[in-house]
Design a protein around this ligand. Sequence first.
Ligand code: AMP
Ligand code: MG
Length: 413
Amino acid sequence: MAERVLTFAEALQTVLAQARVVPAPGEYESVPLQDATGRVLAAAVRAERDQPPFDRATRDGFALRAADVGEELKVLGSVRAGEAWPGSVLEPGEAVEIMTGAPMPAGADAVVMVEHTALANGLLKVEAGRTLHAGENVVPRGAEARKGDSLLPVGRVLGAAEIAVAASCGCAQLPVFARPKLAIVATGDELVELGSADLSAAQIYNSNSHALAALARAEGGFAGRLPIARDNRHDLRERIAQGSMWDLLVLSGGVSMGRFDLVEEVLAEFGAEFFFTGALIQPGKPIVFGRLPKQGSQPGEWTYFFGLPGNPVSTQVCFHLFVAPLLRALAGRTEIAPVFVEARLAESVKGGAKVTRFLPAELTSAWDSVTVRVVGWQGSGDVTANACGNCYCVLPAGVEAFAKGETVRVLMR
Ligand code: AMP
Ligand code: MG
């Protein structure tokens, strides 16, 4: 089989290009607003009326005509949030006490803050020397949105800010896309499922399936853990056949150069198309990415797959870099790229690698500085060191050394 090993940038571009052409989920459901967090909007939320729906006072004070500042004004009464001023149009020389969030009385064009006024015997005086312009402390009707405007587009992932918009439009339910289905297959003769009674000294627990399920759920996917595949063609064929009925198949292990690393070979038997068979990254170099004809579906429908290296830190880094963007696209999201930020190195780090490195690291943000410190580790099998960090420090290929205080990129997780 022809190898296709890409640089990190090329591999990411390849995944993002595929992500752009995956179809949005065909199914959606309606969920109560409180269950919508993390889901992806399947139909735009539109303003059901102008927002604000009336000229809204933004300060506690007095509604008046800005041109009247400087004169003594007659206070006619008071209007609070939730009420409408029952009186007629404000005439020159008149004012109405008003609370934040209340509709402006007709005829008034500004609000003077209560702390800038003095009131005696029903007569209002604005502090000497203070000026007020028309529109001050008022948000006009429709300034935030007009009735019918799209406020949240299809494909937006729903967080608190989006839920506030939906609630402000009176939406108690929201249409969201069905979760994409991700099949997880751990491969390896040495693996034992949790709960097994005895574990020999040479065996290890299958942690990757659980990590991948947690990562997939955090990205809005539905994760199914298939039974462990042993390092033989029979098991791999069975699991890949099963996994190719899902939207995305993620395998861990069995993609390196070992004699029992058979994942690519068996994927090829299923007619897999490989977009790449390796990336110049560390950890994660043997990663493979491609697609298979989707079982039980129309021709032209695909199951995307990733074969991730089995070392747990490689598995997780590759998920953040490559699997997550594709999964987000399959979930119908429009914002899919991994998030990188910049920070200053807290300590110097050796460079000189020929690949882009993603080292477990701890990002510390204080008010005036954001620093990142690479955590000590025993290599890409070190799940514990990985859990001591909260991000990955990105070290580009070919740079000899990274000095303390230098700005580097950080992959957020
Ligand atoms: P492989 O990519 O299959 O060569 O595996 C690389 C390393 O990762 C080996 O030390 C494996 O024991 C370990 N490994 C593979 N799969 C898992 C898994 N599901 N959970 C934990 N460790 C694993
Ligand atoms: Mg293996």
